[in-house]
Design a protein around this ligand. Structure first.
Ligand code: BTN
Length: 268
């Protein structure tokens, strides 16, 4: 793609830049974030050729050039009174982003579900079930906000998929996903969902964000295997998302609230 205009997406945010190539759009946006005038809240950086993408839990994010979008959004959330949000409220922003992408993908006609904490999956009944999008949220150096990175698989074909568990919008049934319309759907959902927690001083329950994430989250009610950052594995039924965004898992040995980990859906 050569510097496309992205008119629908540009119209939704205060700053928007397309990069023909980037190592990691998250790194690029964190580097730009020091210039607050030029890169305010809800600034966006995008490429379809990310060469050194990073994933959650220290992994790499691999994406063939021209077939995915790497999207980074800068969020500097402030309450209605102008106060920065605290760390607990910032912790909900990656879940909010996963929910926004789930809704955007559903608006294209894909039966999509949110896998805790923020993967977007084409559901089991779709033509090619699997991961369509992953989200990586990183704190700004000044701690007053985050960069939310989303890698969205648009037109990756079966033999180009980076993992057995991956999918793409075209494999999931969207004949020719339009990059601008798809990105605009995400930004529209994100900006809409972002407003309520700010008005509620970042409180995910009072703003309705927690309920909205719970209702889109296909992990709840399923038997899951969670690989914890410690290397331990937990198997049990995912029953809830608590007030700090942790996944509540009930297993034979009790109830555990998981803050970070890699979840596999086993069965209903
Ligand atoms: C994951 O599922 O592990 C998260 C993947 C996040 C990838 C996105 S692409 C845009 C942004 N830039 C990065 O380097 N990573 C994120």
């Amino acid at each position: 793609m050569t510097a496309p205009a992205f008119p629908l997406s540009r119209a939704l945010v205060p700053a928007f830049e397309w990069l023909d190539e980037a190592g990691s759009t998250n790194d690029e946006l964190v580097a730009r974030s020091a210039d607050i005038q030029k890169w305010p809240d809800l600034s966006v950086l995008v490429t379809d050729n990310q060469t050194n993408g990073r994933g959650r839990l220290g992994r790499t994010w691999v994406a063939p050039a021209g077939k995915t979008l790497a999207i980074s959004v800068l969020l500097r959330p402030r309450t209605a009174a102008g106060e920065p949000l605290g760390p607990d409220a910032l912790g909900w922003l990656p879940l909010l982003a996963g929910l926004a992408m789930t809704r955007a993908v559903r608006s294209l006609g894909v039966d999509a579900t949110l896998k805790w904490p923020n993967d977007v999956l084409a559901a089991d009944a779709s033509p090619r079930p699997g991961k369509l999008c992953g989200v990586l949220s990183e704190l700004l150096p000044d701690g007053a906000g985050v960069v939310i990175g989303a890698g969205l698989n648009l037109t990756i074909t079966e033999d180009e998929l980076p993992a057995e568990t991956a999918s793409s919008l075209s494999l999931a049934g969207v004949a020719a996903p339009d990059p601008d319309a798809t990105l605009a759907a995400y930004l529209r959902e994100l900006t809409e969902l972002y407003r309520a927690p700010l008005e509620a001083d970042g409180d995910p329950a009072r703003s309705g964000l927690r309920d909205a994430v719970v209702s889109a989250c296909g992990t709840l009610g399923r038997v899951v295997r969670v690989e914890l950052p410690s290397g331990e594995t937990l198997t049990g039924t995912a029953t809830d998302i608590d007030e700090t965004g942790r996944l509540v898992v009930e297993s034979g040995s009790g109830t555990v609230a998981v803050a970070a980990g890699d979840v596999t859906h086993l069965r209903h």
